[in-house]
Ligand binder design. Structure first.
Ligand SMILES: Cc1cc2nc3c(=O)[nH]c(=O)nc-3n(C[C@H](O)[C@H](O)[C@H](O)COP(=O)(O)OP(=O)(O)OC[C@H]3O[C@@H](n4cnc5c(N)ncnc54)[C@H](O)[C@@H]3O)c2cc1C
Length: 571
């Protein structure tokens, strides 16, 4: 089969906020830019962001406070130079988005409205009702088009071309007809989003299967801080679909089965607006101790009835619709049922402050960049604050796009790809397609998600994590014995899901091994057997590497400190 090879200056994988912003900057500067995405760009998970995007805009607020809240929120694991850069550039990022055409909700006086979010000293989240992400994504996507970015929708990226320490392109196939092709470029950027789908109860889109992480890891490159998975306090009970933090920001109260406002016990000052890890643990604790609601005592309630119909209809209309659709509960009339849900992944592909991918703690990979949720520039450290992630995707997307422009001007040579560069991917696809074993992909995926929730979720122990290590080994064996029923080449979702499951097994193993290594509790990573933070031994990033037998080894990297004193984190 002959394989087409397309050539560009920049190839970006992912059309969420990070990918679109980078592509727009590259194309605007005159580079040829292509964005590959397995979904239509506007179906990227960025479009689901409801609550807002942070920037210190008001007179009561300041960039220093935003920076401090983010460092504290990260439980001091965030890199302080990157946090400073992001917070300093946040107001300009909002102005840039406005100039591109995004319309934010406003106050009576015409200034941009801002709502309070957890862990923030001041109302700081700018929003467009509760459809912030979609508003921004539509705008930046349109502007990227205007600048001539070549969008290739429904293309699945299966591998990178990585030789002699350089990335020179990607191997992809068209989902419509499985046609493989090579996208050859001087710079490749990954902006493939999160990977919350490793867990049974999660708020993430079906596409958030972390493909890019294992593509990178299979080349022997590291993944950073994978143990830190954020559980959002308010997922719709049973499904995990998100009820945005805007609900607590606007004044929602959490109640257990006794009608107690239990956050008074866990975070007497900030109550429901303590940071997410604190509130999620409180909810899970209430449920574990038997004060959950409903027949199975498996959720708690969030009460918004006191806010009144007007406020709910103007500021939280989407949330109300979600609760009616998924629960049959109208938040205007009654409290709604919620529990913690896997939501955001702090760890990912390690990059430096310019979005350049790291080969290890000292060296970089030439021609390879990443931004947004798939990357770990480490602005969130051990725990992300609400409304800092849309900011990260938009700001770092743009910033990395600008850096690619600069690096290409300084000269990265174009290295021609050959058809042989796609051979390994093609062989693997054909091998999977031909499998006629006894196991089903959805069954293995379900067992992975359930066991990750049970053993590597909100609370973890050495015992639960080691058990999960063994479960993943078993699941890998079953994965070798799968059956692909659909042998065709047209929209073969059977095959695509199998490839995605392979990725999920790989990066889940990183979550587990990194969590075993970190014998302390920090931010979203809570070890029942080591319940306190241990700065002496663990104030460092995890860098994990996988060999070709799936063994994972752990190394570490220093945290960039220096602007804020270490302190205990209380709310
Ligand atoms: C329900 C929900 C609500 C949220 N609300 C907020 C909020 O209010 N404020 C906030 O700050 N953060 C919020 N977040 C987090 C935030 O939205 C995300 O972290 C951020 O938008 C991620 O953007 P991204 O550009 O990195 O990736 P995404 O928007 O997820 O885009 C990923 C892209 O990668 C593509 N892709 C992935 N794998 C492949 C592959 N193998 N081949 C080709 N393409 C691929 C996809 O097609 C997609 O285009 C929320 C998250 C969720 C789930």
């Amino acid at each position: 089969m002959s394989i087409s090879i397309y050539k560009y200056d920049v190839v970006i994988v992912g059309a969420g906020l990070a990918g679109c912003a980078a592509a727009r900057e590259a194309a605007h500067a005159g580079l040829s830019a292509c964005v590959l995405t397995k979904l239509h760009p506007l179906r990227s998970h960025s479009g689901a962001a409801q609550g807002g995007i942070n920037a210190a805009l008001s007179e009561e607020d300041s960039i220093e406070l935003h920076e401090f809240d983010t460092v504290k929120g990260s439980d001091y694991l965030g890199d302080q130079d990157c946090i400073r850069l992001m917070c300093q550039k946040a107001p300009e990022t909002i102005r840039w988005a406005e100039k591109m055409g995004a319309v934010f909700s406003r106050k009576e006086d015409g200034s941009i409205a801002q709502r309070p979010f957890g862990g923030q000293s001041s109302p700081r989240a700018c929003y467009a009702k509760d459809r912030t992400g979609l508003t921004l994504l539509q705008t930046i996507y349109e502007q990227a088009h205007r600048d001539g970015v070549d969008f290739k929708d429904e293309y699945y990226v299966a591998d990178i071309i990585y030789k002699d320490g350089k990335v020179t392109g990607v191997v992809a196939f068209n989902l419509v007809d499985s046609q493989p092709m090579i996208f050859n470029a001087r710079a490749v950027m990954f902006a493939t989003g999160g990977y919350g789908r490793a867990f049974k109860i999660n708020s993430n889109a079906h596409a958030n299967t972390g493909d890019a992480l294992s593509i990178v890891a299979r080349k022997g490159l590291p993944l950073e801080d994978m143990e830190f998975v954020q559980f959002h306090p308010t997922g719709i009970a049973g499904s995990g679909v998100l009820i945005s933090e805007a609900a607590r920001g606007e004044g929602g109260k959490l109640l257990n089965s006794k009608g107690e406002r239990f956050m008074e016990k866990y975070a007497p000052n900030k109550l429901e607006l303590a940071s997410r890890d604190v509130v999620s643990r409180a909810i899970t604790q209430e449920i574990l101790e038997g004060r959950g609601c409903g027949e199975n005592k498996d959720h708690v309630l969030i009460d918004l009835t006191h806010l009144g119909a007007d406020l709910i209809n103007t500021k939280l209309p989407e949330l109300r619709d979600l609760a009616i659709t998924f629960l049959g509960q109208d938040m205007i009339k009654e409290p709604i049922s919620i529990a913690a849900t896997a939501h955001y992944s702090m760890g990912g592909i390690p990059v430096n402050i310019n979005g350049h991918v790291r080969k290890n703690s000292q060296e970089l990979v030439e021609g390879f960049y990443a931004a947004g949720e798939c990357s770990c520039v480490s602005v969130h450290g051990a725990n992300r604050l609400g409304a800092n992630s849309v900011l990260e995707a938009l700001f770092f997307g743009r910033h990395v796009g600008d850096n690619i422009v600069k690096d290409l001007k300084e000269g990265i040579e174009f290295i021609d790809a050959t058809e042989e560069d796609a051979n390994a991917t093609l062989e693997e696809m054909e091998r999977l397609r031909s499998l006629n074993g006894t196991q089903r992909v959805p069954d293995i995926r379900n067992d992975l998600q359930q066991s990750m929730t049970d053993n590597a979720g909100v609370f973890r122990t050495e015992e639960s994590l080691i058990k999960q290590r063994e479960i993943i080994k078993e699941l890998r064996k079953r994965f070798e014995d799968i059956r692909i029923d659909d042998k065709s080449k047209v929209y073969n979702t059977d095959l695509q899901e199998a490839i995605e499951l392979g990725h999920m097994l790989d990066f889940s193993a990183f979550i587990v091994e990194s969590a075993i290594d970190r014998k302390e509790s920090r931010g979203a990573h809570f070890r029942d057997d080591y319940p306190t933070r241990d700065d002496e031994n663990y104030l460092k990033h995890t860098m994990a590497y996988m060999d070709d037998k799936h063994n994972i080894s752990i190394d570490h990297m220093d945290v960039v400190l220096g602007y804020h004193e270490l302190a205990e984190r209380t709310y």
